[in-house]
Structure formats: structure tokens, C-alpha cells
Design a protein around this ligand. Structure first.
Ligand SMILES: [Zn+2]
Length: 393
């Protein structure tokens, strides 16, 4: 059964006894004389090392302000892991081991060793408020979820890494959550993601699990592969997608980062493409002032340049429509025919109907896709029925 103890007697001095920080892994390793694992596998990287969040923690301590609740999990072997509070404890540990400076109100920086003795003592003797949780794995995960909801500290993928912690997540993080990975630069030109906070891993998992087809696929995938001893499928699929994109599209554009390439790959990778032709089409569309949705260009081109809706081509503005309507209607009245040119050549009761402006829509005389521009010289007003019929062709 679950059990939670509140401890208010443990000091910062004790917790930071034997504090170890790994610069290469960017994480706090151990504290409390080796009894405490500061960054278990399911925790995210240390992100407070920005001269702001870390300094703020020290500032709170020196002012005697509370730094919030801390949660430890007691493990089977009587050791402890940080469930919540990793960022704060790593900051304190780093400060006590002189990794960064706190700045006083006069702007003078103080590393711990240069602080006046009484302030050093004040930090060392500060007592933390720590909840120590002991329970089954499932319960610990439930707490983790609860704390997460309360604290809004973790990203979704960080939480999933916690829930499905195991060999698979460990190996996946070595590749997709590794700031020293030499492929990162290339990958991040096609993906917008916060690597440290598991954003890249999330994308890789979304792709391989086809999470875009059905939400929940990613979680299912993690659960099924939790104890796998390799990540070959994840790795290969991710690289297949990236290699496909970078082969089909010669240029790298900013908008590419917003596209679900996993989905594009599934939809189009079996089609043959001529990269040079694709390049020319993309360049032309990028320079087309009527194309309002640049990120739609890639799917448009992959799909054979048919679905104009993807481009959100600029439409005629109201003054243009009114001017064209006025001119067409006046001419039609003089001739006794309909002001919709297509109705006028027809043979039904609408052939001399004068439509209201609100009953008509603007249409490109020469289609945009055939080089027609979106200005008054290429605008005609059609009744709604004929405009729809033309649009569907
Ligand atoms: Zn008509």
C-alpha cells in the first residue's frame, strides 16, 4: 500500500552532502551522501542553468522564502529518487559546489565560497519540506501524474518517458535527446522541437507509431516496446523520413519545420519525384504573391499540384468585387441579359436574371493555376451556382 511521510528536518547541507553534477550529461547525479538519485531516468534534463532560474532559487533561500514542496520516492533498496524538485535541488547543489554566482542588490556576484560565512550557514541549515513516497510502481506513476498536473512542470513526452521508463526510453533518449548528436542540425531544419524537453523524441515516436492517424498510438507504441533492448525500428523509420524529405526537396525552408513529415512520407514516398522539377515548382510558388499559405506548398507539390486549397490563394477583395459587379450589371441591363455571364448564355429562366451582389461570387477569368492574377482585370462575377460549378472543374 502507498505511504507518504512528511519530513521537515532534512537540511540543504545534508541533501547536498556528496553532491555530484555531470557536465557532459548536464544533470545532477547524486546527493545526500549517495542515498539520493537526483535525476532518475524518467526525469528531464536540468534546464535551470540559465543564470535566472538557478539564481532565483538561491535568492529565495537567502531571503528565507520557501522554495516549495519536494517529493522523493523511496525505492525497494531503501534509497531515494527525486520525483519532483530536481531542478531546484540541482540548482542548490551546483551553487554549493561553486558552479555559478548569486548576485547581490549591488550587482556583486558571489559564488558560494565567497559568500560571508553567516550566509553560507543560512543556506546550509535551511530545512526543506520533503514528502517521501513509498509504493508500487503503478502508484508512484500515479503520484507523478498528480504532481505533474499540480505543478505543470513536465511536457507530455517527459511524462510518458516517466510512465514507460525502461530500456527502450533509455536508448531512445541517447539518440533523440542528446544535444551532442551530430545529426541534430540537419534534423532540426525539418522539425521544430525542444530537444532537451523530449520534443524531438516525441516527433520520432509520433512518426513511427502513426500517431497522426489516431491519437494514443504513440502511448501504445511506447508501452509495447517498453522493454525492448534496441530502438532499431524507431531509428530506421525516422531516418527514412528525414532522408526522403531531404532528397525530394533540395532547398530547406523555414516553413518545413511546421510540417508533419511522417504523414507526408506515408502518403507520398512511393511516388517518384524529380528533385530538380520539384525545386523549380517550389521556388515559383514561393515567389508567387498570390500564394498566402507557404507551408501548404510542399504537400501541394507532392500531391501533383492539384489541391489549390492547400495554398490559400489570395481572393478578390470587396472593392474589386463591387466594381466588377457594377460594371457587369450595368452592361447586362443595357442588353437585357443576366449579369452572370454564364446564365446569360444559357437557355433557362435565369438568362435575363439580374442577381444581387450578395448572390454572386468573384471568379478568376484565367485560373490562378494557369497564371491568372488576382486583380480587377482578371475578375468576373458569377452567380453562386455557376461559380461553384466552375470551381469544381
Ligand atoms: Zn449564373
Amino acid at each position: 500500500m502507498e505511504k507518504i511521510d512528511l519530513r521537515t528536518d532534512i537540511t540543504i547541507g545534508e541533501i547536498c552532502e556528496g553532491f555530484q553534477y555531470s557536465e557532459s550529461e548536464e544533470k545532477g547525479l547524486f546527493g545526500w551522501n549517495g542515498k539520493l538519485t537526483i535525476q532518475p531516468e524518467y526525469q528531464r534534463h536540468y534546464i535551470y542553468d540559465n543564470g535566472k532560474d538557478d539564481v532565483a532559487v538561491i535568492d529565495s533561500l537567502l531571503k528565507g522564502y520557501p522554495i516549495g514542496l519536494i517529493y522523493f520516492v523511496e525505492t525497494e533498496d531503501g534509497r531515494y529518487e527525486i520525483l519532483d524538485g530536481q531542478q531546484r535541488i540541482t540548482s542548490i547543489g551546483r551553487y554549493l559546489t561553486n558552479w555559478f554566482a548569486w548576485i547581490d542588490s549591488n550587482g556583486i556576484p558571489y559564488k558560494f565560497r565567497s559568500l560571508p560565512e553567516d550566509l553560507q550557514e543560512k543556506i546550509r541549515t535551511t530545512k526543506l519540506t520533503i514528502y517521501i513516497c513509498k509504493g508500487e510502481e503503478s502508484e508512484i506513476k500515479e503520484w507523478f501524474k498528480t504532481i505533474n498536473i499540480a505543478g505543470k512542470e513536465l511536457k507530455q513526452q517527459e511524462l510518458l518517458n516517466a510512465i514507460y521508463s525502461g530500456t527502450f526510453v533509455t536508448k531512445a533518449k541517447e539518440v533523440f535527446s542528446n544535444s551532442h548528436n551530430s545529426n541534430l542540425h540537419k534534423w532540426l531544419s525539418y522539425i521544430k522541437a525542444d530537444v532537451k524537453r523530449q520534443g524531438l523524441l516525441e516527433v520520432a515516436l509520433e512518426w513511427v507509431s502513426r500517431n497522426w492517424e489516431k491519437e494514443g498510438n504513440l502511448e501504445k507504441y511506447m508501452s509495447e516496446h517498453r522493454y525492448d533492448d534496441n530502438i532499431a525500428e524507431l531509428n530506421n523509420y525516422f531516418n527514412d523520413v528525414i532522408n526522403w524529405v531531404s532528397t525530394v526537396f533540395i532547398d530547406v525552408k523555414d516553413e518545413m519545420q511546421t510540417i508533419n513529415w511522417g504523414k507526408m512520407y506515408e502518403m507520398y514516398h512511393k511516388n517518384p519525384y524529380d528533385a530538380q522539377q520539384i525545386h523549380e515548382k517550389v521556388t515559383k510558388l514561393y515567389n508567387d504573391i498570390f500564394v498566402q499559405n507557404k507551408k501548404g506548398i510542399f504537400e501541394y507539390v507532392l500531391g501533383g499540384c492539384e489541391d489549390h486549397k492547400l495554398l490559400n490563394v489570395r481572393i478578390f477583395d470587396e472593392p474589386t468585387k463591387r466594381a466588377v459587379y457594377g460594371k457587369q450589371t450595368e452592361e447586362a441591363r443595357n442588353k437585357g441579359i443576366s449579369n452572370c455571364p454564364l446564365c446569360a448564355v444559357g437557355n433557362n429562366s435565369n438568362k435575363n436574371k439580374i442577381w444581387e451582389l450578395r448572390e454572386m461570387d468573384a471568379d478568376h477569368v484565367t485560373a490562378w493555376s494557369k497564371g491568372g492574377s488576382t486583380d480587377i482585370s482578371n475578375c468576373e462575377m458569377l452567380c453562386a451556382t455557376h461559380n461553384r460549378a466552375k470551381g469544381n472543374r
